[in-house]
Design a protein around this ligand. Structure first.
Ligand code: IMP
Ligand code: MG
Length: 182
């Protein structure tokens, strides 16, 4: 598995400090609110479990699974809900927890869908942001780190469902995804 990584971009230690900073900011911004953290499966699972433990105000959690057709390295923009939230979000201050904002198509679709359900508020917290690749006007309210236009894996992020268990984030060697195209 490590042989497929071109370069380590963010170490475990760095990720830990970035996530703790986000947690502190969110804890202070949401004091007295009705925070519901919504993790978008599966990519945000590692981030979610670390982030929620660095939040020191009462909060609830829920999960949504979406798939944007295709298993390549780009999202298609057509989003399908594989698992919906368990509850009605009216009265909640929803914080969407996402691994990476790339074209923005997935979250753009989700924001519209969730807004229509009349929560108190909705904000986006993404660990990684690839602003260069944005195709729609969508801006994260909280973001951890900006990343270059390369395909990254680890800390929850996958290529073809693998590498999610790496504790750091690395750039995948292009020959790994080129090989699968043949
Ligand atoms: P978007 O709809 O293009 O913003 O796609 C967002 C989703 O694409 C993320 O939640 C990831 O699942 C996936 N994605 C985008 N870039 C990467 C990457 O560099 N590594 C792993 N997954 C990525
Ligand atoms: Mg994802």
């Amino acid at each position: 598995m490590l042989n497929d990584i071109k370069e380590v971009l963010f170490s475990e230690e760095l990720l830990d400090s970035v996530v703790k900073k986000l947690g502190a900011q969110i804890s202070s911004d949401y004091k007295g609110r009705n925070l519901l953290m919504v993790s978008i499966l599966k990519g945000s699972i590692v981030f979610m479990t670390d982030l929620m433990r660095s939040i020191d105000i009462p909060c609830e959690i829920d999960f949504m699974a979406v798939s944007s057709y295709g298993s390549g390295i780009k999202s298609s923009g057509t989003v399908r809900i594989m698992k919906d939230l368990d509850r009605d979000i009216r009265g909640y201050d929803v914080l969407i927890v996402e691994d990476i904002l790339d074209s923005g198509m997935t979250l753009n679709y989700l924001m519209d869908l969730l807004y229509a359900r009349n929560p108190n508020s909705i904000r986006i917290c993404t660990l990684f942001d690839k602003p260069e690749r944005r195709k729609v006007d969508i801006f994260p309210d909280y973001k951890g780190l900006e990343v270059p236009d390369e395909f990254i894996v680890g800390y929850g992020l996958d290529y073809d469902e693998k590498y999610r268990n790496l504790p750091f984030v690395g750039i995948l060697k292009p020959q790994v995804y080129m090989k699968n195209k043949e």
